[in-house]
Ligand binder design. Structure first.
Ligand code: IMP
Ligand code: MG
Length: 174
């Protein structure tokens, strides 16, 4: 069966340009502060994290954490569950949580609260996308604000489909 590709919302070029800008901003903000820890939230942030991390000009280490909220496709289960913890201690570290997308804000709030209790030097947030209609939250480094649509590609999936599309596309209801 030949499937129609999702319609483009944000192109590869637009993403690359924004990632460059965010990496430059992070590099300048943390200049001279020692090594930062980029903490990617699996699975969705893996491509964004790979691109951001390779454009930084400051020392950085890469860690991952995995949580689950949307158990089945696009319906939030209501509870965030820790699926895999960080391997390293974050005590005294400058941590940047790297997320693919902020929707209700539940996941990022859960992570911030959990990580704060472990004594990091600082915690900031970096997300490629934010569905701005739902939460009016401050994200330290944000790629793009979007509407209330389900998006895929560049790490984001719909029930594990379309994660590796090079651009951000919109899933249209059938
Ligand atoms: P929140 O906890 O409601 O903010 O949801 C955040 C998480 O839900 C993200 O880390 C994604 O994994 C997932 N998510 C929310 N909206 C989308 C979407 O449109 N496409 C793919 N994943 C999404
Ligand atoms: Mg995610």
């Amino acid at each position: 069966m030949i499937r129609k590709l999702p319609e483009t919302l944000i192109s590869e070029e637009q993403i690359a340009k924004r990632v460059d800008e965010i990496a430059a901003q992070i590099s300048s903000d943390y200049e001279g502060k020692g090594e930062i820890m980029l903490l990617g939230v699996l699975k969705g942030a893996f491509i964004f994290l790979a691109d951001i991390s390779r454009r930084l000009t400051i020392p950085r280490s890469i860690e991952f954490i995995a949580v689950s909220n949307y158990e089945h496709g696009s319906v939030p289960s209501g509870a965030v569950r820790l699926v895999m913890d960080v391997r390293e201690s974050i005590q005294g570290r400058h941590v940047i949580i790297v997320e693919d997308i902020i929707d209700t804000g539940q996941t990022i709030h859960y992570l911030i609260e959990m990580l704060k209790s472990r004594g990091p030097a600082s915690i900031k947030t970096c997300a490629l996308l934010h569905k701005t209609h739902k939460t009016d939250m401050d994200i330290d480094y944000l790629g793009f604000g979007i509407g209330d649509e389900w998006v895929v590609g560049y790490g984001l999936d719909f029930a594990e489909h379309d994660r590796t599309l090079p651009y951000i596309g919109v899933v249209k209801p059938e």
